[in-house]
Design a protein around this ligand. Structure first.
Ligand code: RB5
Length: 148
């Protein structure tokens, strides 16, 4: 698997934590920043990651900002993206099994690095269950195809 990861200035520490996790798990990644010491705009980081996932250049994406909310809103504007904002382990597991989420968003001002690491590990290592969930995910894609 390969993953594109980015954060704004509010998510730099958790981004570094998740990069060290991916190195431990031997997961290939592309780090799209930010290298920010001042404040930046989260859509400038969410959209490039989402575009890489949507185009198939990478399989998954991880986005971190202060709350995770801005990143998830921006990423979900890109066709084909199912970005899940997750701050607990149950949701990390189930959003992969049921939603086949292809981007994980988290907020560094909401959770600490230890929990973020566990969430990312669960999310990265859990498979989509397909079955009845496939039809539901397909309905999202059909909606996207009609409403351009
Ligand atoms: C930046 O201050 C903050 O607004 C951003 O990191 C994020 O929380 C937005 O949703």
């Amino acid at each position: 698997m390969n993953v594109a990861i980015a954060s704004d200035h509010g998510g730099v520490n958790i981004r570094k934590e998740i990069i060290s996790l991916m190195e431990e798990l031997n997961i290939e990644y592309i780090d799209l920043g930010c290298e920010c010491s001042t404040s930046v705009d989260y859509p400038d980081y969410a959209v490039p990651v989402a575009n890489k996932v949507a185009s198939g250049e990478v399989e998954r994406g991880i986005l971190i900002c202060g709350t995770g909310i801005g990143m998830s809103i921006a990423a979900n504007k890109v066709k084909g993206i199912r970005c899940a904002l997750v701050h607990d382990l149950y949701s990390a597991k189930v959003t992969r099994e049921h939603n086949d989420s292809n981007i994980l968003a988290m907020g560094e001002r909401v959770i600490g690095p230890g929990l973020a690491r566990e969430i990312a590990k669960t999310w990265l290592t859990t498979s989509f269950e397909a079955g009845r969930h496939k039809n539901r995910v397909n309905k999202i894609a059909s909606y996207e195809a009609i409403h351009k």
